[in-house]
Design a protein around this ligand. Structure first.
Ligand code: 5AD
Ligand code: SF4
Length: 454
């Protein structure tokens, strides 16, 4: 990687010497793992002598980091790439590259090759550190480069990173997934599970904390099966022992792998946020079985009970898929019942989207779209009510909130996250950005809280 970073850098330095500064823009779709990967792409672009910009209109290099988890995400990325055609027409020096989960699928790479002639290169998520090489080859050979099926299994340490925030950071601890849930494309596009050695993770977190970062989110498709020289619980224990005023969060957990040891470490460590994202996907045991989730609702509910027994105020969130093949009205009602039982603080719900190459896409009994939408509406109506009731409990209380910055619509209203990860709005000034502040909660909505600085 470093060799190619230097080669591209030399090119860009020669251009800069004659007044031709080069700009790079990374556009991101999808999950937090993609956000984290994009920070590395920007880091590599910066090391290669590009000025990193958020403005695609001035970019000489655009990298689109795509998602494949649902069809909608792919269509959005393809339509965005399509909009860059006219930018390339204006700036013939421009290179457009595509990376991320969508281009780990051969049919999508073929589509780019055949129907998007202005796309110069693509590479899959497991080859992220090959970005400088692929870019260099596209620049030098003026030929299109498409890397697929080369799965670089080893994890590259020391990839440069340009972080978006100086007080919040993502730290990937593992990549890939071995679970093969029957609806999910991730194991096919992100390859098998690989964990980073814990010493690298501990060093990275130490450095972040020393530089003033206040919130660190550990990322992995299934953090509970982390095995980089210690268990996930042991890793958390090591990180929570680092000196400093910071909070650790993590995602995502698989319900089948939540250990008692993990719950114990969480409960006793003030630096680990009392928040757990535990995707259940469905409240029906029959559906969970065809989803190949490898737990049932009884096992899941027992885990929730253990979490709440050790941490009574823990915030629980989940993912739900509506309209999985074969989901009957009765199965769906079991999901509604489960929401009533668990009373999550918030859910992320998705209409099932068939992904080509996954077993579920070939299952009979696909649920008609109208039925999926109708179920989704009922699910949201129930959960909005529960979320509001759960948020009302915070009214009158004072919460410690990490202040992030002004909200999108109003420069005087700030947003921040409480330890529970709940969104809090309050009046403040720039002084508080990146700091923990105490907010007395005065009002609750289903998706956020409002309050005043204390
Ligand atoms: N259709 C709908 N939702 C999906 N998810 C994963 N694959 C699909 C799919 N094919 C959801 C799951 C997962 C979340 C990240 O995305 O709920 O937990
Ligand atoms: Fe997909 Fe299941 Fe792996 Fe999560 S655990 S990434 S849902 S296969």
């Amino acid at each position: 990687m470093n060799e190619y970073i230097q080669l591209v850098r030399q090119r860009n330095e020669s251009l800069a010497a004659v007044g031709e500064k080069r700009y790079a823009c990374v556009v991101t779709f999808g999950c937090q793992q993609n956000e984290a990967d994009s920070e590395k792409l920007r880091g590599m672009a910066d090391a290669m002598g590009y000025t990193v910009t958020e403005d695609v209109r001035i970019a000489d290099l655009i990298v689109v980091n795509t998602c494949a988890v649902r069809e909608h995400a792919e269509l959005k990325a393809l339509s965005t790439i399509g909009q860059y055609k006219h930018l390339k027409a204006k700036n013939p020096n421009m290179l457009i590259g595509v990376c991320g989960c969508m281009v780990a699928q051969k049919h999508r790479v073929d589509e780019l090759k055949n129907s998007y002639p202005y796309v110069s290169f693509s590479f899959e998520p497991s080859s992220l550190d090959r970005f400088p090489q692929i870019l260099f080859e596209a620049l030098e050979k003026h030929g299109r480069q498409f890397s697929i099926g080369e799965n670089a299994r080893a994890i590259s340490e020391g990839v440069p990173v340009l972080r978006e925030s100086d007080f919040k950071a993502w730290v990937s601890i593992m990549y890939g997934c071995n679970n093969f849930c029957s609806y999910c494309i991730v194991p096919y596009v992100r390859d098998r599970e690989r964990s980073r050695e814990y010493a690298y993770v501990v060093d990275e977190v130490k450095e972040l904390v020393a530089s003033g970062v206040k919130e660190i989110t550990l990322l992995g498709q299934n953090v509970n099966s982390y095995n980089g020289g210690c268990t996930f619980a042991e890793l958390l224990e090591k990180l929570a022992a680092i000196d400093g005023d910071f909070l650790i969060r993590f995602m995502t957990s698989h319900p089948k792998d939540v250990s008692d040891e993990l719950i114990e470490v969480m409960a006793k460590s003030p630096r680990i946020a009392k928040q757990f994202h535990l995707p259940i996907q469905s409240g029906s045991d029959a559906v969970l079985k065809t989803m190949n989730r490898r737990y049932n609702t009884a096992h899941y509910l027992a885990t929730v009970e253990k979490l709440r027994a050790s941490m009574p105020n823990i915030t629980l969130t989940t993912d739900i898929i509506v309209g999985f093949p074969g989901e009957t009205e009765k199965d769906f009602e079991a999901t509604l019942d489960l929401l009533r039982k668990v009373r999550y603080d918030m859910i992320y719900s998705f209409i099932y989207s068939p992904r080509s190459g996954t077993p579920a896409a070939k299952m009979e009994d696909q649920v008609p779209d109208a039925e999926k939408s109708e179920r989704m509406q009922r699910l949201l109506a129930l959960q909005n009510q529960i979320s509001l009731e759960k948020n009302m409990v915070a009214v009158g209380k004072t919460l410690r909130v990490l202040a992030e910055g002004p909200s999108k619509n109003d420069a005087q209203t700030f947003t921040g996250r409480a330890e529970s990860n709940k969104l809090v709005h309050f009046k403040a000034d720039d002084q508080c950005i990146g700091k923990f502040v105490n907010i007395k909660i005065s009002r609750a909505e289903p998706f956020c809280l409002h309050g005043e600085l204390e």
